[in-house]
Design a protein. Structure first.
Lengths: 649, 263
């Protein structure tokens, strides 16, 4: 029935870089049997194995689908250039890692869209699967191409290539999609249109071909082709994370990957309200995992995986109710079974969190990163990242005094209303942080990492015109020049790549042809600076008669239709516009977890509530929880005394 | 290395099948995880970044199989070694397993220093470009063994240097040729030199590891460029030659298990 391609693939492996990427065999890998009647899913992360393997969303769906009686799931990642050439040279297709089965033998090929610059890899993987890249050219016996993930919230640039998009949390939706595909297959898979029409009626599924596209001047308008196809597709949200303790058996790869550790998601969603942050906007509300479940997932995960490194993941892990107690419990429980390192990504900037970090990293110390995001208090009010300078300096002081020698600071430049004084404020913060550090150690240094801001759909900044390449270069060099000769090192993201991301991020359906052209020019792995070139993107825009400035640097008007108007993350457009106006007026907005609801639309429309164990904000108080927002300073900062603890052994 | 002085043990393990495509570094990480899953009582170094005391023998190149890999690891206490081996094997990926374990004697030489030669079985195939006929193999073996010197040039740290392979070859035997069982697909890096009428031979060699670790592929290359290509390379055993005797790493420098359990 299904054929393993392993005998053909094995001889290719001695000739490619890191052949271990293509063998599967991770601890936790499943070897599903391809029984007749099962809906076969191939889950693909469209980047290299090292980048894609740790993706938690993909691993969650992998387990949920394989637990079902009527489905199976295998995985694939974008083969590196040498492997792709070897495969194409022998006429071999994209294959799964579990059973080394050809991608075209699956019923569903589902892509995780986590970054816009992976779009050309998606097209390449579809082609390598032996499936027509354009959805319209596919026949009933060919796989259905799905996509989900954060970037799916503006599906239009990928609408030509993807049969159906899954919006929001996939835990429940994957099963509902399976039901539809299973019924269609059982009924003989006659017409593709049939299954696509039915999929379009599943809440949370967007099927581009079920809409007629028209243009009102330059603006795209979509009209459902059938009465039962929704004009607006709402995202799906799991109300209770406790019901989904996945992944239960996180995959442990044999080759080294990024984030090579146990990852336990402690909450989903974030209502800090940073206006540039798409993840925080589209994943609301906050849903914490119960304390005991986190503990057992950490204990079980470490014992099963053999990892000695665990990360408590979320969009702002220090905001988990009772995080300090959780961390103390976990550290104590690990004593006696080796040296386990614990890390909290996305740390809030204040001394309280540094206290936690110092506490958990007694044994093995990793880097410490803060994200003030902008250089001045005014700018941080605009973006609603309400960190005072006192918070940052107290955090830096706590960090250097606890023994860190280098602190990493993340900033964005090219933000709305940013003036040179704000840009230069980045340099000033970095300089002051180093100066604070040098009171503790002469070797104190810091890295200021500067990214060009790309406005994202479904955020208050979706109307903002992105800075052009020259302007971003100018700002980066302002910062660089100001920090010359100091112990603050500047790293920055390539502005041309930021520009291409801008095209894909807020593009409409016409951008699909651009992506296809870039791919045909060989433009894959665009996330990798050594593979990226802007030329093919600009050439493709010109060839399609599209003006990149119209897409990237133009400010949008209040009444203008946006290409993602037919997708809803629950946020009312009026709320986003009001928040955009508040940004321009330099007004901050507090976190609605602990302050009254301002009705962004998500909880009220979807009948959801925050799931938060503590009704009061965490100690430390930064970022809009209890400060004097008008002044933005003088907040008493409690520096957690670092407890002495014997080295776990 | 400062830290607790533990009980050193030496393991022999295999790396067979698909898992041969992971690197030496990946093997090391797989063992560290397997020891933790097995809750092995590992001794750790002291300091800011404590790590288990594990030392490996000569790195096995990615893609090469082995029935005789070795590592030394320090435990905090004398343990039931058979059970330890079984638990670690259970936690290792498919194709890797512990096939022997002994307590290491005090002041034993490290594997890197101690091992003097390695035996291999190589499955190789001839290209059919006419330059060599499989019946020439026997003559080639005789020539190699009779030669006083076999000087090859190789690049080391970006410089061209010459090296004599002859002293490194302590045994060479070829079985076959036998027609048939050509590779399903020739390796991609050598696609032009091969066609489907390729003929397989089994090459058995023993190569010294000192002063440098000579690889079987280097010896095959003596036949002529692209003539004889390895399809599968398997390490059979590693040897420690000392005072005229030839011992495996589990025989050399280990101490008897007697007395354990009587503690």
């Amino acid at each position: 029935m299904t054929t393993s391609l392993w005998p053909e693939i094995e001889p290719l492996l001695p000739g490619v870089e890191k052949p271990g990427r293509y063998i599967g065999m991770e601890r936790g890998m499943q070897r599903p049997r391809h029984e007749p009647g099962l809906v076969r899913w191939l889950l693909v992360y469209p980047d290299s194995y090292e980048v894609g393997l740790p993706n938690q969303g993909l691993q969650i769906l992998y387990e949920i689908l394989n637990e079902r009686d009527d489905a199976l799931a295998e995985r694939a990642y974008a083969p590196w250039g040498d492997m792709e050439a070897a495969l194409r040279g022998r006429g071999l297709p994209l294959f799964s890692l579990e059973n080394h089965v050809a991608a075209s033998e699956f019923d569903v090929i589902a892509f995780n869209l986590a970054a816009e610059l992976t779009y050309t890899n998606v097209v390449n993987c579809i082609d390598l699967a032996g499936v027509p890249v354009r959805a319209a050219d596919r026949t009933a016996d060919q796989p259905l191409v799905f996509a989900g993930g954060h970037c799916a919230f503006n599906p239009e640039p990928m609408a030509d290539f993807v049969d159906a998009f899954a919006m929001g949390d996939g835990e429940e939706l994957a099963g509902e999609i399976t039901d539809v595909v299973r019924r269609w297959t059982a009924a003989g898979r006659r017409h593709r249109e049939e299954v696509l029409h039915e999929l379009a009626t599943v809440p949370g599924v967007y099927v581009p071909s079920m809409y007629d596209v028209s243009y009102d001047g330059p603006f795209q308008r979509l009209t459902p082709r059938y009465a039962d196809v929704p004009a607006v597709v709402d995202k799906r949200t799991v109300a209770d994370l406790a019901a989904w303790p996945y992944p239960k058996q996180q995959l442990v790869p044999l080759v080294e990957v990024v984030h090579d550790r146990l990852n336990v998601e402690i909450f989903r969603g974030c209502t800090r309200g940073c206006r540039f942050c798409q993840a925080g906007m589209i994943t609301r509300p906050v849903r914490e995992r119960p304390y005991e479940q986190v503990r057992s997932m950490v204990q079980g995960g470490l014992a099963r995986s053999g990892y000695d490194d665990v990360s408590l993941t979320s969009l702002s892990s220090a905001d988990f109710s009772g995080i300090d107690g959780l961390v103390a419990d976990l550290v104590n429980e690990q004593a006696g079974c080796g040296n386990v390192a614990l890390s909290l990504p996305s740390l809030r900037v204040d001394a309280f969190t540094v206290g936690i970090a110092a506490d958990i990293q007694k044994v093995r110390r990793t880097g410490l990163t803060f994200a003030p995001e902008a250089g001045t208090w005014r700018m941080r009010q605009v973006i609603n990242k309400l960190i005072t300078e006192e918070d940052l300096y107290a955090a830096a002081d706590a960090a250097y005094s606890a023994g860190w020698r280098r602190v990493k600071l993340y900033f964005l430049t090219g933000l709305p209303t940013e003036m040179d004084v704000d840009t230069l404020g980045i340099a000033e913060l970095a300089r002051n942080v180093v100066e604070i550090g040098q009171k503790h150690t002469r070797k104190a240094a810091c890295t200021a990492s500067v990214g060009g801001f790309v406005p994202k759909p479904h955020t208050p900044f979706q109307w903002f015109g992105q800075n052009g390449i020259d302007e971003l270069h100018r700002k980066i060099f302002l910062i660089k020049d100001a920090l010359k000769g100091t112990r603050a090192e500047v790293r920055w993201h390539d502005p041309p790549a930021t520009y291409a991301e801008g095209i894909a991020s807020r593009g409409d359906r016409r951008v699909g042809a651009v992506i296809e052209r870039v791919w045909r020019q060989g433009g894959v792995f665009q996330e990798w600076s050594e593979h990226f070139a802007l030329g093919p993107w600009l050439d493709a825009m010109a060839a399609e008669g599209l003006d990149p400035e119209w897409y990237v640097t133009r400010h949008r008007e209040h009444d203008e239709p946006l290409p993602w108007d037919h997708i809803s993350a629950g946020l009312h457009r009026d709320f986003l516009w009001m928040d955009w106006q508040a940004a321009l007026a330099e007004h901050g907005l507090p976190d609605c977890r602990w302050t009254p609801c301002y009705d962004c639309g998500v909880c009220t429309d979807y009948a959801l509530e925050h799931v938060v164990a503590s009704a009061v904000p965490p100690a430390g108080g930064s970022q809009g929880t209890g400060q004097d927002l008008a002044r933005g300073g003088d907040v008493p900062v409690a520096i957690l005394p670092t407890r002495k603890r014997a080295v776990a052994r | 290395m400062k830290g607790e002085r533990g009980v050193p043990v030496r393991l022999r393990f295999t790396k067979r099948g698909r898992v041969r495509f992971i690197s030496h570094r990946d093997v090391a990480r797989a063992f560290e995880r397997a020891f933790r899953i097995a809750r092995a009582p590992l001794a750790f170094t002291e300091g800011f970044n404590p790590h288990p005391r594990i030392s490996f023998g000569l790195a096995l190149p990615t893609g090469t199989e082995s029935d005789a890999e070795y590592l030394d690891v320090e435990l905090t206490e004398e343990t039931d070694l058979d059970r330890f081996a079984a638990d670690v094997t259970e936690a290792l990926p498919e194709g890797m397993g512990v096939t022997g374990v002994e307590f290491l004697a005090a002041r034993a030489a490290s594997l890197q220093q101690g091992v003097t030669s390695i035996s291999y079985h190589v499955e190789a195939f001839f290209s059919d470009d006419g330059a060599w006929s499989p019946s020439d193999v026997e003559a080639w073996v005789q020539d190699v063994l009779a030669a006083d010197a076999l000087v090859v040039s190789l690049r080391r740290k970006g410089r061209e240097v010459t090296d004599d392979l002859r002293p490194a070859i302590s045994a060479l035997e070829v079985e076959g040729p036998e027609a048939g069982s050509p590779p399903a697909n020739p390796p991609s890096h050598d696609a032009t030199a091969i066609d489907t009428r390729a003929t397989c031979v089994n090459v058995k060699l023993e190569l010294s590891t000192q002063p440098r670790n000579v690889r079987p592929e280097e010896v095959l290359a003596l036949v002529g460029p692209g003539c004889l290509s390895a399809r599968k390379v398997l390490r059979i055993e590693q040897w420690i030659e000392r005072d005229g005797s030839r011992l495996t790493p589990l025989e050399a420098d280990t101490r008897p298990r007697a007395g354990i359990g009587a503690r």
